[in-house]
Design a protein around this ligand. Structure first.
Ligand code: SAM
Length: 260
């Protein structure tokens, strides 16, 4: 390889051609689709996206050193944006992007949370690879140890399907852990929240003390805590992982009603 991978940018390149093909196939790309790929690296996945002949391809890569490689490889078949994906503002996102990304660990949860809460961005779907344990958190069931803030944000906004696990053997350099591919399709019936930041705020408050009973935070958040406890069927002795997504959403609605 003509390029030395940087650990700080999570650079583990996927080299298994069958898996690359399978990942791109998950998107069911048609001629009218607009593709956004985050972190193309040396373009391994991009190559198969190009072969699927979508309408357009934009890639966002933070590492300056990869830009020349991508330009030489793909010429004008793709548009390359050399920036940190976390710097992109909402107006960057066109409607109906199919987003692909083998996301580096240090930004994956933050980026997904941003996409979940940015309700004005209309995605067609997201096909994202995560470290297996991050994926396990995203698709966790209530009452399980993996149930987290990101479970609630992601499942509020998207229908999520686990597609398959990918062995660490398929990457160079080989990471310590396996990965999982998830497919996110926007829900057409997203439960309405006036300000999604309130879902972010409330989940943050509760999950920052995930082992503790919610009593103290709940009483602090709601003057009418007895009433809210009753309508949500949340007990003050519950821990955050016992509260279903539906209950969190009722809690946010109640919180927003109380703001008026
Ligand atoms: N897609 C390629 C593959 O599967 O072989 C590379 C995946 S590698 C795990 C992650 C890629 O994301 C690297 O190319 C890295 O430079 C890029 N990256 C890391 N942090 C980024 C950020 N904040 N914004 C954009 N790209 C980033």
């Amino acid at each position: 390889m003509q390029f030395k991978a940087k650990k700080s940018l999570g650079q583990n390149f996927l080299i298994d051609k069958n898996i690359l093909k399978k990942i791109v196939g998950t998107g069911d790309i048609s001629r009218n689709d607009k593709i956004l790929e985050i972190g193309p690296g040396t373009g391994n996945l991009t190559e198969y996206i190009v072969k699927s002949k979508p309408k357009s391809i934009i890639v966002v890569e933070k590492d300056n050193n990869l830009i020349k490689i991508l330009e030489n490889k793909f010429k004008n078949k793709i548009k390359i944006i050399n920036t940190d994906v976390l710097n992109l503002t909402k107006d960057f996102y066109e409607d109906n992007f199919i987003v692909y990304g083998n996301l580096p660990y240090n930004i994956s949860t933050k980026l997904l949370a941003y996409w979940c809460l940015s309700i004005n961005i209309k995605f067609k779907k997201l096909i994202l690879m995560f470290q297996k344990e991050v994926a396990d958190r995203i698709i966790a069931d209530v009452n399980s140890k993996n149930y987290s803030r990101i479970t609630i944000l992601a499942n509020w906004r998207f229908n999520i399907k686990k597609k398959f696990d990918i062995s660490s053997k398929c990457f160079v350099p080989r990471p310590k852990i396996d990965s999982t591919l998830l497919e996110f399709t926007p829900k057409s019936d997203v439960v309405k929240i006036k300000y999604p930041e309130n879902l972010e705020k409330i989940t943050q408050i509760f999950f920052s003390q995930r082992r503790k009973m919610i009593k103290k935070n709940f009483i602090k958040l709601f003057k009418n805590f007895n009433y809210v406890s009753k309508i949500t069927d949340i007990k003050l002795t519950d821990r955050p992982q016992n509260i279903s997504i539906e209950k969190f959403l009722i809690m946010v609605k109640e919180y927003e009603n109380n703001l008026n």
